[in-house]
Design a protein around this ligand. Structure first.
Ligand SMILES: Cc1cc2nc3c(=O)[nH]c(=O)nc-3n(C[C@H](O)[C@H](O)[C@H](O)COP(=O)(O)OP(=O)(O)OC[C@H]3O[C@@H](n4cnc5c(N)ncnc54)[C@H](O)[C@@H]3O)c2cc1C
Length: 604
């Protein structure tokens, strides 16, 4: 295809059009990526600046009619498939030498099309920390205002599960507590209460500590996944979305020492001009990669890749943080679970028919209970103190501002309000070994899983382009478990899962421990289990951090890349430090806030 003449599929906010463009197309704003943050920032911008044009360029296709995406109970089946970049880490030397999966959505909606639909928020102090880190105006008050704009919350059909505080009601993304709740889940809150962990249904209002039933981003109208393409419904017709088009470079020139973006180049060498800004929204792995492909980043990496450096910014791709999880699965006694969908074809067909006629179905299910705890709550004072000592010992005097912030979350003035551990009650098997094979005696068994997530891991890594194949998959090295605190925390968490499952009334529904089984008893066995079974819960962030430059920042508080006039980043990569929550609500909130900032700059 000749450069600057192309045929592609362009979606307007409401319709799919095929168009032929005959000259270099020019838009006011070009948004790279059509993912979680991208569609939110682009749609709002199209409304706030109706006289401007906004183009979204998404590498993947439109998957809005794909059941694996829109049916909540099919969550997870798209992982490893055509809508997934299927990234993996380099071998994690401190984590059993394993290469860990790093799934990311390559589809309209990005990772919001693939995610597991947990809808939650962190504590007030953690958003306030963004401001203390050097980002004026980024705090709980501004973030909750933005996050409420995202949300359209429908109350649970179950009495006692209402959420009164901290939920929005007129945003584009729908959320609710699921109408289908598994029988084994009835034991969740009573068991946790018996262990002294209090119930807290108001966990979305900046005080997440306690035990509750988890909201999911589901639209109750037809019980479908509610995700970022919903934003297109509120967009203006000055927004265009191009799918299956990969940006390979941000085009720049230098004016008065500043890098100015003029547009982007697509894989087939087509150029698209941006009159005002390029908004990079390609996610925590691909936003830093695209900066490097454009010559912005660590010059030695860029030069080694055969690319001409444009701006030396060695912080690009550094500061990679991710939540780790470890899980214990238990075999149920006299009770079925959603595992039945895996082994009973008749049941599966019945449930699918119910779903397709908008009746209550097992396919409605997304996730169940969760709890957020401080270490003293989870482990008791003595064990908590020992674990926190490990964290302090593993962090030296030259610790970064990020590590210091995390330690402050553990021992500072607000530590009693900040969760360090999340425990998810999830119906069905969700482990490392896989559901039992059809020819095994355990096939047909039913399980539930307790998943523990470490909220503020101290291992940090990086992501960069592959210098021998710059347009190939990025080299991802989160350095999982490289800080001894993370491994100790994972071991404490999986042991606690066993304790929870052996407490009444939960212990009465269990036939046996499945993964790990009850033979795991010694410290060495727990350690080996943790080394081999700790996984990501898919929350990479921080690789283009919003921080002062001298502290490792890539973007300033206006989300502009240091040294550039008009390249902004709007996605998970700008979050400076981990939150004690799944991160989609924060990412949508950042996008809402970014749209307001950009509109304010160009309305005058
Ligand atoms: C399996 C999984 C489960 C998760 N579960 C949860 C959960 O339950 N709750 C929760 O809160 N969070 C969850 N998360 C995390 C959350 O979904 C992500 O953090 C979030 O969606 C990331 O948003 P983003 O805007 O940063 O990037 P993305 O949504 O990944 O968007 C980036 C987009 O940019 C596109 N792109 C990249 N490079 C280019 C290019 N060069 N040209 C054109 N387009 C490009 C990509 O194709 C993609 O669409 C989960 C994530 C995964 C993967």
């Amino acid at each position: 295809m000749a450069p600057s003449v192309f045929t592609t599929t362009i979606l307007s906010a409401f319709a799919t059009l095929s168009v032929v463009q005959a000259k270099t197309p020019t838009y006011d704003f070009v948004v790279v990526g059509g993912g979680t943050a991208s569609l939110a920032v682009a749609s709002r911008l199209s409304r706030y600046l109706p006289n401007n044009t906004v183009l979204v360029i998404e590498a993947g296709p439109d998957g809005r009619d794909v059941p694996g995406i829109y049916v909540p109970g099919m969550k997870g089946i798209t992982l490893g498939g055509v809508y997934d970049y299927n990234f993996t880490t380099v071998a994690q030397t401190q984590a059993g030498g394993r290469s860990w999966a790093q799934n990311r959505g390559k589809v309209l909606g990005g990772s919001s099309a693939l995610n597991l639909m947990c809808w939650d928020r962190a504590s007030v102090a953690e958003y306030d920390a963004w401001e203390h880190l050097g980002n004026p105006g980024w705090n709980w008050d501004s973030m909750i205002t933005s996050m409420l704009k995202v949300e359209n919350y429908t109350q649970s059909v179950y009495p006692g599960q209402e959420i009164d505080q901290g939920v929005g009601v007129d945003g584009p993304i729908h959320a609710t507590i699921n109408r289908i709740q598994p029988k084994d889940q009835d034991t969740w809150i009573p068991t946790m209460e018996n262990l002294g962990f209090p119930e807290n249904m108001e966990s979305l209002d900046g005080n997440p500590l306690g035990v509750s039933i988890q909201p999911n981003n589901i639209d109750t109208a037809k019980y479908t996944r509610s995700y970022s393409p919903e934003y297109l419904r509120i967009a203006g017709d000055n927004l265009l979305v191009m799918t299956e088009a990969q940006v390979v470079k941000i085009n720049t020139e230098k004016i008065h020492g500043k890098v100015v973006a003029t547009g982007v180049t697509l894989k087939n060498n087509i150029k698209i001009n941006a009159r005002k800004e390029v908004i990079l929204s390609a996610g925590s792995f691909l936003s830093p990669a695209l900066l490097e492909l454009s010559g912005i980043g660590n010059s030695s990496i860029i030069t080694a890749a055969g690319i001409k450096p444009v701006l030396d910014l060695p912080t690009v791709g550094e500061n990679l943080q991710d939540h780790i999880r470890i899980q214990n699965s238990f075999k149920l006694k006299n009770m079925t679970s959603f595992d039945e969908l895996k082994y009973n074809a008749t049941f599966k067909a019945e449930q699918l028919a119910l779903y397709n006629t908008n009746n209550v179905s097992s396919y409605d299910y997304a996730a169940s209970g969760f709890a957020y705890l401080t270490w003293p709550q989870a482990l008791g004072n003595e064990s908590a103190t020992a674990l926190i000592k490990t964290a302090l010992k593993a962090t030296n005097a030259k610790a970064s501002i990020i590590d210091k912030t995390k330690l402050d979350f553990m021992i500072g003035k607000q530590s009693h309000t900040i969760p360090q551990l999340e425990i998810i009650f999830s119906d069905g098997y969700t482990g490392v070994g896989g559901y039992p094979l059809a020819n095994s005696s355990a096939y047909g068994s039913n399980y539930y899983t307790l998943l523990s997530v470490i909220m503020h891991t101290l291992s940090r890594g990086n992501v960069h382009i592959n210098t021998s194949n710059p347009l190939g998959k990025p080299i991802i090295d989160p350095r999982y478990l490289s800080n001894p605190y993370d491994l100790s925390a994972a071991i404490a968490a999986t042991k606690l899962n066993r304790k929870i499952a052996s407490t009444a009334p939960m212990r009465d529904i269990i036939a046996s421990e499945y993964e790990p089984d009850s033979s795991i008893q010694t410290d060495q066995q727990w350690r080996d289990f943790a080394l081999n079974h700790t996984l990501t819960i898919y929350h990479p962030l921080g690789t283009c951090a919003m921080l002062p430059k001298k502290e490792g920042g890539v973007v300033d508080p206006e989300l502009k890349v240091y040294g550039t006039k008009n390249i902004r980043i709007v996605d998970a990569s700008v979050i400076p430090v981990q939150l004690s929550a799944h991160i989609q609500t924060a990412i949508y909130g950042i996008a809402e806030r970014a749209a307001e900032m950009i509109a304010a700059e160009y309305s005058t």
